[in-house]
Design a protein. Sequence first.
Length: 475
Amino acid sequence: MTVAKKIAKNAGLLFTSEVLGNVFSFLLVIVISHYLGDNGFGKYSYAFAFVNVALIFSHLGMRTYLFREISKHPEKTKKFLDNAFTLRFFLTWFVYGIALVIAFFIPDAREIFLVIVLVMIYEQLYLFVRLANTVFNAHERNRFVLTARTLLKSLGLVFGAASLFLGYGLVGLVVGLIAVQLIVCGYSYFVLKKNFVVPSFSFDFAYWKTLVTASLPFWFTLVFQRIYYRIDTLMLGSMTTFSETGLYGASFSIVNALSFIPAVVITASFPTMSRMFDTNSRKQLTHLYHKVFSYLFTIGFPAVIGLTILADRIMPFVFGPEFVRAGPLLQILSWSVLFIFLTHLLGYLLNAIDKQKLFTIATVITAIANLGLNLMLIPRYGAQGAAYATVSSYLILFFSLLYFSSKHGYPLPLFSLICRPMIAGVAMSLVVVRLLNVHLLVSVAGGIVSFFGVFFLLGGLGPDEKRLLRSLLNK
């Protein structure tokens, strides 16, 4: 199987997994917003943001490091997995203890203290599932990821919606999600035991030291990523109201629903990128890097155009009339979509070429800028201020990573890569504006058809893509 076909096959499985998972997740978000309103959805968003910010101090960057190392040394899977899980397990509960003490002294967190505790249990169970998926990804056995994610998200929708329908509220919702997580943990354990290794606790302290030392650059990157990705929700909850936080959370959920696309592409191509660098196949790595950048821009740019024009119609259509005020927030946040797509690739390229410290530096700069912007903008502009801070932060991250990757031998021929998608995007915007008075779904369909129609007429589908597409269709 050629590299392109292998990546396409893995991307196809991961894409299916992410599409199904995001559809079910998004439906659950809609159900939550309808049953709990903007205030209840704000509490839900705040609780998960609080726990996820706390979790960065137990992550230590191990998952990214494991992904890279298992891809290169699959025979060491058990040693990597067992020690990483054991270390993360105990670190997580230590961090949780500190976080609960802090939560007790924060009025907003204290108001939903029980919900925060339940979310902590949910995320602890999810730790094992994520590590198992890392093994599946690294061995490029992504059908197991597809099953695990589909189980998690589909049952999450069923159990979560049932809890809300039966009147158990936010607490019942999270308890239902914990029950689902237990089921998925059982599935992941069974697959690991049957196909890879039998997971168990391992206390190899010498290896722990190696693991932590090697993972720290990835961890620093993650710490600052979480700051600019989650801190806005916490700051909004503390500086405004849960209602304002709910409007922002609903808008950002649209953006977040699209973030699976770069995650799929990068997860499918990262093992190959790492191996290409490891075997000094620089020409092939450069070619792959340019191709992936082109694909992500071609998908991300029309998404930005469509969300910007249709935001005022999308929010009430999806979440109900109570969320019509979130339309302007989505218009602003939609511009972060493109930069989320591209920074995924640029960051993982630096990881693949063993320049993860530069990725860390870029995320530090971005996190500091994000904190400063939020502190300045939220008191004055509320949720819109947080949205402007988010977009500005991703813009800073993109140009920082672009500079570092170019400096270390991987420049991008930007004009040739983005020219056709931008022209097609302009044509698409004209079509969508003309369709504003028809049904929203017709506007979306018209935009998609017009963009890709113009893109193909401009020769956007190159010889490599045509050969790959014919091969996949024939198969």
